[in-house]
Ligand binder design. Sequence first.
Ligand code: NAP
Length: 489
Amino acid sequence: MIDSTQSSQLRVAIIGAGMSGILAAIKLREDGWQHVVIYEKAARIGGTWRDNSYPGLSCDVPAHAYTYSFAPNAEWSRHMAPGPEIQAYFERMVQQHDLAPCIRFNTEVTACEWRGGAWHLATSDGALQEADVVIAATGVLHHPKYPQIPGLHSFAGQCFHSARWDHGAEIEGQRVGVIGNGSTGAQLISALAGRAAHLSHFQRTAQWILPVENPVFTEAQKQALRDDPVLLKQAQASESYLAIVDHFTRAVIDAESPELAHLQQAVEENLERSIANPVLREKLRPPYRAACKRLIVSPDYYQAIQHPQVALLNEGIECVEPEGIRTRDGVLHPLDVLVLATGFHADRFVRDMNVVGQSGLKLNEVWAERPFAYLAMSVPGFPNFFMLNGPSGPVGNFSLIDVAEAQWNYIAQLLQPLRQGRYQQISVAQAAMNDYETARIAAARKTVWATGCNSWYLDAQGVPATWPWSYAHFREVMTTPNLAHFDCA
Ligand code: NAP
């Protein structure tokens, strides 16, 4: 049990050394918390930026907005930063804040049980650890989704998921197939066109594409940012970026909004303008509204798909054979390398970790219908257990760093009285959870994500599992916790 005289002794276990786990550790240490441990199942930090290393990987959120607010970076090379630069940024953060000593690498937390007023963590090395507070920073798109295609395992060439890129695989001069045309598949095609001897893009459902150029920052621009901290700070939350976020959120949360109509016009014009061949153009035309699936941001996918050595195949996959993929029209497409850009299990969150709360409550059972959390952070009956970027957070085309920082600001305020010994445990009250989830689901049904397409935003009941209100509202509710919504003891 936490005692007020021992408040400085409170132990915090952070699970995951990705963007949000690193953020939590930096903030806790800055705030004087002394017992902070990050459990990281891999041998390196970085989360999604470590796991994804495919050619063409970049973040489609402007680089200066996809940066910790407290650590601006004048060195970003492009408007939208390449993946390896982002990974290097987080590694620099760990170094600058001397976090390495508090990270336990190669240590997966397999179970987490609330017993006797503390969390008991079981780790993959067989050890048992205790903590007073758990911060689950385990990411959203973390568990690769492998397609169930007959014969997949019979393929004789190299086959791997986009998030498990095989850097030993030859691309130059090879016949390469990519299954999937989400943000990952589109980036891959842009990067591999012209490198592979032949590139086959297997498309099940067409995607709307918003053309956004990705210019480099010139040396003069970078120098200006280095010289002027005010300018650098402004670049992180530029008026133009905030206006885009506002416009985009208005579009997605109201399928009847003029903003969505505007977006629809932009993506349709892009398709008409960019694709000369009318047959190809119709293959690429989605049968649903813009932004129903996560919008793809790409300056060059349409150009790449028209490359003479690239083919778009939308006949549907019949099966995989040792030599390649047979489509439903009976044609065999011979391949040397097959990339599965088939996405992630977006509903896993902290699972497969076995989380057991008060009175033996199992998170897996509580989440049997759908994963949920109050403001994406807290679940009734799981005291002192907080998630960053948990279920129902804003996961559209936004900066998840910005989201995690706002969430951290909220969690830090909940931890303060705990630290002062004013209470020993806190979790959202059941009534507040119910009210939140009822309102969220009602609002989610009015969003563009619920207008008749299939996407990773939808839960098993077909309800968008995301924040369905404006970004301004998100910022507002994240400002100060309403303690009346929490059970504190
Ligand atoms: P995704 O958006 O879930 O796309 C998966 C793709 O695989 C879809 O095209 C899907 O087709 C296809 N697919 C899945 N199973 C299939 C099967 N059995 N047969 C044929 N096709 C199949 O995954 P993702 O592209 O990896 O992107 C996931 C998310 O990661 C993005 O939405 C984004 O949030 C994030 N991301 C961001 C960036 C960035 O720049 N910031 C870059 C990459 C990824 P259907 O559409 O028909 O289901």
